[in-house]
Design a protein around this ligand. Structure first.
Ligand code: NAD
Length: 498
């Protein structure tokens, strides 16, 4: 059985805990590897390695740090096929989607290649007589990232790409469900010329996470995962004096206006609802149709497309989506389908009991469609995170805006319309962090910034872009005086620039 180890100081490292987790192949349901779980002692070993590497890396000029990022980018591209197959074998998403996962992370590395420009400070010449003021953005020290199972390449790269480019060193704790790609990325970072200790990977569960929260030498934690854990990490990390950004769950709505291009909206919603088996934080699991005509027409069109969907193993080039991550998660999603029916939503298409020939033990769920879903329902309030699309019906744009605005989550939202005025009003008023206008999955490009609102994010600073640079640096401002002529007397009032 393959054993997945921690990666510390540029090399594989065994753990002291004696604990391990099981890594399954979701296509077959069979165990394919064992992942060693770090205890507090192992986390400390990784932090000590990052701490030792920090002064040298922080003092490396930004252009040299960027050169390592350029090499890292090239190596990820060269290894794209291998990485995508490894990712799919543990996660279950189809190969093309795994490549997309890696590519979106790679785009953050491309952003990080521009760090000499992004990390530049500000300068004011002559702020007073003989006085110049300048500010610099300095790295924090050792930073940690804790990531979810659903984007095992993109999300680690969001975090470590920006943190490391800024001169920090990093300890990554990826999901224990699909831990191999993050280790492979750390190996490629070394190959790219990254010094040992700058990027370390530790595996584990709550024990490892709690050790990260408690460790006095970790200055910042970036977390992405479910909301309750995000809140737990935000509360624990900030109580220990750390800077924390913690992204949580989601329930993204797609509003379809009566004037929308229904053909395009159908294609977009099908892809965004069922792609990656609905296991994306920017998936579109709720469609809100405005007006009965839009709702009825969209329902018919969605059903036609659902019938054409091919669910298959992750290496099947014709499959649109693969299995969900685990047997436990499959049971949870199927339970939500039962609850949805029990609480009175109309189950139009039931994906439970789906079996793929030859892969009967795989964690597959067929595409599921509900209509007449209502705001108070448990299956509407909570995140299902599976291939389940819920149709809601609104009479007006205002009613449609109110649904995502009042929902506990506020990650992403989309509107499908030909009316610029309605789109503009929607974007301005909706109480959600990321908005798509005729774009079903509005994940911002790497040089902009990613982050939701309400229970979708705890903390003030988003992922990547300039917000990422802000998160991973602290500002120091210098006021310098080189006066000409006579000395001044002591002053006992606050200095002002009169
Ligand atoms: P999860 O919260 O179960 O796990 C995330 C991380 O937290 C993992 O590394 C895990 O080991 C750790 N963890 C789990 N339980 C813990 C506990 N009790 N104490 C301490 N640490 C713990 O999330 P997941 O199932 O891996 O990922 C899916 C979730 O992530 C969904 O809710 C999804 O919406 C969310 N997500 C959000 C975003 C975003 O940017 N907002 C992006 C991707 C995924």
């Amino acid at each position: 059985m393959r054993a997945i180890q921690n990666f510390i100081n540029g090399a594989s490292a065994s753990v002291s805990s004696g604990r391990a987790g099981v890594v399954f192949n979701p296509n077959t349901g069979a165990q394919q590897a064992e992942v060693a779980f770090a205890a507090a002692k192992d986390i400390d070993k990784a932090v000590q390695s990052a701490l030792a590497a920090f002064p040298g890396w922080a003092a490396t000029n930004p252009q040299r740090r960027a050169r390592v990022m350029f090499n890292f980018k090239a190596l990820i591209e060269q290894n794209m096929d291998e990485l995508a197959h490894l990712l799919s074998s543990e996660h279950g998403k189809v190969i093309a989607d795994s490549k997309g996962d890696i590519q979106r992370g790679l785009e953050v590395i491309e952003f990080a290649c521009g760090i000499p420009h992004a990390q530049k400070g500000e300068y004011t010449e002559g702020a007073g007589p003989g006085i110049d003021v300048y500010s610099m953005r300095q790295p924090l020290g050792v930073c940690a990232g804790i990531t979810p199972f659903n984007f095992p390449a993109m999300i680690p790269l969001w975090m470590c790409g920006v943190a490391i480019a800024c001169g920090n060193t990093f300890v990554l704790k990826p999901s224990e469900k699909d831990p191999s790609v993050p280790v492979r990325l750390a190996e490629l970072f070394i190959e790219a010329g990254g010094p040992p200790g700058v990027l370390n990977v530790v595996h584990g569960d709550k024990e490892a996470v709690d050790a990260i929260i408690a460790h006095p030498d970790i200055k910042a934690i970036s977390f992405v995962g479910s909301s309750d854990i995000a809140q737990y990490i935000y509360a624990g990390g900030t109580a220990n004096g750390k800077r924390v950004q913690a992204m949580g769950g989601a329930k993204n709505h797609g509003i379809v206006m009566p004037d929308a291009d229904f053909d395009q909206a159908t294609k977009d919603i099908i892809g965004a609802a069922y792609g990656s088996a609905g296991e994306r934080c920017m998936a579109l699991p709720v469609m809100v149709a405005v007006g009965k005509k839009a709702a009825d027409e969209m329902r018919e069109r969605l059903l036609v497309e659902i019938e054409k969907l091919k669910v298959g193993i992750s290496t099947d080039p014709e499959a649109q989506y693969g299995p969900v991550i685990s047997a436990v998660h499959k049971a949870k999603v199927e339970d939500y389908i039962r609850i949805g029916k029990d609480e009175g939503a109309e189950l139009v298409r039931d994906g439970r009991g789906f079996k793929l020939q030859g892969y009967e033990n795989g964690y597959f769920i067929g595409p599921t469609l509900f209509d007449n879903v209502k705001p108070g329902m448990k299956t509407y309030v909570e995140e299902i995170f599976g291939p389940v699309l819920q149709i809601m019906r609104a009479e007006t744009l205002e009613e449609a805006i109110a649904l995502p605005s009042q929902h506990q989550y506020g990650n992403g939202v989309a509107i499908f319309t030909r009316n610029g005025r309605a789109a503009r009003e929607f974007a301005a008023k909706v109480n959600v962090g990321m908005v798509g206008i005729n774009v079903p999955i509005p994940v911002p490009v790497a040089y902009h910034t990613f982050g939701g609102w309400k229970r979708s994010a705890f903390g003030d600073t988003n992922q990547h872009g300039m917000e990422g640079v802000k998160f991973y640096t602290k500002v120091k401002t210098v006021t310098a005086r080189w006066p000409e002529g006579a000395q001044e007397d002591s002053s006992f009032v606050i200095p002002t620039m009169q």
